[in-house]
Design a protein around this ligand. Structure first.
Ligand SMILES: NC(=O)c1ccc[n+]([C@@H]2O[C@H](COP(=O)([O-])OP(=O)(O)OC[C@H]3O[C@@H](n4cnc5c(N)ncnc54)[C@H](OP(=O)(O)O)[C@@H]3O)[C@@H](O)[C@H]2O)c1
Length: 276
């Protein structure tokens, strides 16, 4: 049992699949009351069946791209459970695609969900948490929210925005007792890879959930994982020339992958051995 989560009230958007599902399950195991949110009734019903053993699980179908639905989600939680201790703004979609083939609808879809979904969550949870003088908002960004992989321009636009917004909020509201964390995963084996092969370096969602909750418990600012990607990020900060060489080669691999019709989705750790 964990004091940080026992008897706490949490909302996990995108809680019906992948990383969010694993986080919701772990929170339930640790004694939190968890609102498990998906956008589709079918996914919510499936999660309801899977979590049937937990009396502390609640479920709702909420489209986080619709402000009124997000407001309704927060209102329902506070009405039933009296407070909101943790909001995991986790729902999101991936978009790794050659930018020249992106349509404006694709840009809009990613921005609406990955950015506006988080904005709405923050906007409606903040007054509740400020009134409580406590609360923790955990926004899911990505490694692509701190390193900009080629062929991920739209995804990076959304995830860098989430990282920057969350960091600014962290300091603005610190003295009022509200905590903010940004989650920056590299590849995690989830439905986000539907239609493509899961990258070999992807970690299981259950492992991601353990790392995320450990970081949240410690109230970390950036929760970056897995470790080898975190180390790479730190090396890039110290050695911009290495980063430049690495990213150019990464782009060449991705461009060659598109040309062959086989997307290159792994994190190219071997490129770190490149000589100048
Ligand atoms: N997996 C990775 O490698 C990876 C890496 C870095 C960052 N991330 C980020 O981690 C987060 C979770 O990704 P995942 O890999 O766990 O994806 P996933 O398995 O595809 O799960 C996505 C979740 O988001 C929900 N969702 C989608 N559209 C929604 C909407 N409009 N309103 C509310 N919920 C919605 C889905 O529920 P419905 O099906 O009911 O809509 C589902 O529960 C995302 O923000 C993603 O960008 C993932």
């Amino acid at each position: 049992m964990s004091d940080a989560f026992t008897d706490k009230i949490a909302i996990v958007t995108g809680g019906t699949s992948g990383i969010g599902y694993a986080v919701a399950e772990e929170l339930l195991k640790r004694g939190a009351t968890v609102w498990v949110i998906g956008s589709r009734k079918e996914s919510v019903e499936k999660a309801k069946a899977a979590f049937a053993a937990y009396r502390n699980a609640r479920f709702a179908a909420v489209d986080v791209t619709v402000a009124d639905e997000v407001k309704g989600m927060i209102d329902a939680c506070v009405k039933k459970d009296g407070r909101l201790d943790y909001l995991f703004n986790n729902a999101g979609i991936g978009m790794t695609y050659p930018t020249r083939h992106l349509t404006l609808d694709m840009w809009k879809k990613a921005i609406d969900l990955n950015l506006w979904g988080v904005v709405y969550g923050v906007h409606f949870a903040l007054p509740v948490m400020l009134a409580q003088k406590s609360g923790h908002i955990v926004n899911t960004s990505s490694i692509a929210g701190i390193i900009a992989p080629p062929s991920q321009a739209v995804y990076c636009a959304t995830k860098y925005a989430v990282t920057g917004m969350t960091e600014a909020l962290r300091y603005e509201f610190f003295d009022e007792g509200i905590r903010f964390s940004t989650v920056c995963p590299a590849n995690v084996a989830t439905a986000i890879f539907t239609g493509t092969e899961i990258p070999k370096d992807a970690i299981p969602a259950s492992e991601a959930a353990q790392i995320i909750l450990s970081g949240v418990e410690k109230k970390e600012s950036l929760i970056i994982f897995p470790e080898f990607v975190k180390k790479t990020y730190e090396r890039f900060l110290a050695d911009p020339a290495l980063k430049e060489r690495f990213m150019l080669e990464y782009a060449r691999r991705r461009n060659a992958g598109w040309a062959r019709g086989v997307p290159y989705l792994s994190f190219p750790e071997d490129l770190l051995e490149m000589k100048p």
